[in-house]
Write a protein of this length. Structure first.
Length: 271
């Protein structure tokens, strides 16, 4: 792997509609509930995963299914995190990622891969990536997309395009010509989550695009689609385990990367 230093930033986040890779401060989050399969790798040492009703797990890499409340503490001040939207990947591949992160040999290899990629990333002048290339870079394979009913994929795509949308279940049901009860049942059956939970996560996830911007949080909450700052604060604390002020203050040096060329650049770096 070739080391590149031009435009280098040690704290950054790659974001697409289906994937997020974060390299930055871990902070001290309380219980959080992310709407994506989450993989955590401390830059150094190990991390500890706590889930109610389960024995704690300690390792160099930890994986948590989407929408499962959990707490992660780390020996390292900086962590590497990967988020995979569950509606974008088949269940078998999601389960295989978790199995790999729980297997002592495979987990060590995957953690080393994450750290090596992080150590060699060049971010100057890059933007964006496809999910397929992203998966190849970080997981060393292409994940199989979930085969969604076209009516549900239409709704999912709508929220990917406009995550801050406050569109209701009634409106979505009408758009795809279903009754509300049938739409809600089909949505959960196809994606594995209920519609309101999905909508809340997409809105909270969209905040990641703007966490390095300094602005009035009350005004930001309204622009992001929240009815008021109280709702905004409660939602972000439930999702990320942090107060909005802590989330934004810890991200001031964070570089946000979007666009298509990141994956191609990273693949070239590994040649």
């Amino acid at each position: 792997m070739r080391r590149c230093t031009s435009g280098r930033s040690d704290r950054f986040m790659l974001i697409s509609s289906e994937r997020v890779f974060y390299a930055g401060l871990h902070g001290k989050p309380s219980v959080r509930t992310l709407g994506a399969l989450a993989i955590c790798v401390p830059v150094h040492g190990t991390a500890r995963l706590e889930i109610a009703g389960q024995a704690p797990r300690i390792g160099e890499i930890l994986a948590v299914p989407a929408y499962l409340p959990h707490t992660i503490t780390s020996e390292s001040r900086e962590i590497l995190g990967l988020l995979i939207e569950p509606e974008s990947v088949c269940d078998q591949d999601l389960l295989e990622i978790i199995r790999q992160c729980n297997d002592p040999v495979a987990a060590g290899q995957l953690a080393a891969r994450f750290r090596e990629i992080y150590a060699t990333m060049a971010l100057g002048g890059t933007s964006g990536f496809t999910s397929a290339d992203f998966d190849q870079i970080f997981l060393n394979r292409r994940l199989k997309p979930r085969d969604l009913d076209t009516r549900i994929s239409t709704v999912v795509s709508r929220f990917q395009a406009k995550p801050s949308s406050s569109i209701s279940g009634e409106n979505c049901a009408g758009d795809v010509k279903l009754s509300l009860s049938r739409f809600l049942h089909l949505f959960k059956d196809e994606t594995g989550m209920n519609f309101k939970t999905f909508r809340a996560w997409k809105r909270g996830r969209n905040i990641l695009h703007h966490v390095n911007v300094e602005r009035n949080l009350a005004h930001f909450a309204l622009d992001a689609g929240y009815p008021d700052s109280t709702h905004f604060s409660h939602s972000l604390r439930r999702i990320y385990g942090l107060k909005p002020s802590a989330l934004f203050s810890g991200s001031r040096r964070l570089q946000i990367i979007n666009g298509r060329d990141v994956a191609n650049d990273l693949i070239g770096m590994q040649a």
